[in-house]
Design a protein around this ligand. Structure first.
Ligand SMILES: Nc1ncnc2c1ncn2[C@@H]1O[C@H](COP(=O)(O)OP(=O)(O)OP(=O)(O)O)[C@@H](O)[C@H]1O
Length: 240
């Protein structure tokens, strides 16, 4: 698959009479950060589940590098296991050092023996990230991983994920409802609507990205319009 870590070609998926994905083509390369936006119920999670191998397409092909892992909106920790055991869950005992390193990378050195119930929401999500990291994924699937966090923690986690992805360079597919999050993190942003990509393009702006960059504001407006939001009336102050 050369540099391509994820490839969908002509992928169709229906549930009963409802066509959710109506012919999706997508390639994500190693080291590329791809963000997927779309109104609720348009099939974003279905697309991630296809990539994770949890769904099969009705038609078309799904190819993804074998080492892939998903981080969900909720951390999904095993409450009866300590933090380090959660990170290395299902891995051999010899992975414990790698687990400690992954915890240090997410800023949780010293929390190895803590119980999940004692962690804040942000810390628990860091453990989920460490659990993904220790598996050295070629493909990292992020299903609204920050949606349940408070606004400040969300920004901190976005920075952490940007840093981790720049260092480890997996192919990333991020599903989010947050246009600013997509524009902050991704190399490329697509909008899924009506079963196909209504928009799919490179962000093309240097990092770190300045929220006040007019080019970013243009991209935000275009994406909101693809999402069916009229930014002119809803989000910008009246100039008069
Ligand atoms: N296993 C299933 N059986 C039947 N219908 C399903 C199944 N999985 C998903 N759907 C339907 O497919 C559509 C797309 O769901 P999906 O969860 O992929 O959307 P989404 O874009 O991720 O939504 P949200 O943004 O609200 O999370 C929805 O109408 C959903 O009800």
């Amino acid at each position: 698959m050369s540099d391509v870590a994820v490839r969908l070609a002509g992928v169709r998926k229906s549930f009963g009479p409802k066509t959710v994905l109506a012919g999706i083509d997508l390639e994500v390369r190693r080291g590329e950060f791809f963000a997927l936006l779309g109104p609720s119920g348009t099939g974003k999670t279905t697309l991630l589940r296809l990539l994770a191998g949890l769904e099969v397409p009705d038609a078309g092909t799904v190819l993804a590098a074998p080492r892939r892992t998903t981080v969900y909106q909720e951390p999904r920790l095993v409450q009866a296991r300590r933090v380090l055991a959660n990170v290395t869950l299902g891995l051999p005992r010899s992975s414990r050092d790698a687990g400690r390193r992954a915890l240090a990378e997410v800023g949780l050195a010293g929390h190895e023996r803590a119980w999940p119930a004692t962690l804040s929401g942000g810390e628990a999500q860091r453990v989920a990230l460490a659990r993904a990291l220790v598996r050295d994924p070629q493909v990292l699937l992020l299903d609204e991983p920050f949606a349940a966090l408070d606004a400040l923690t969300r920004l901190q986690m976005q920075d952490l994920v940007a840093e981790l992805c720049a260092r480890h360079r997996p192919a990333v597919v991020l599903v989010t409802h947050d246009v600013d999050e997509a524009l902050r993190l991704a190399d490329r942003v697509a909008v899924l609507r009506g079963g196909t990509f209504a928009d799919d393009r490179e962000v093309g702006l240097p990092r770190p990205r300045d929220r006040d960059d007019p080019a970013l504001a243009d991209r935000r407006r275009a994406l909101l319009s693809h999402l069916g939001v009229e930014p002119a009336s809803a989000l910008t102050p009246d100039p008069h």
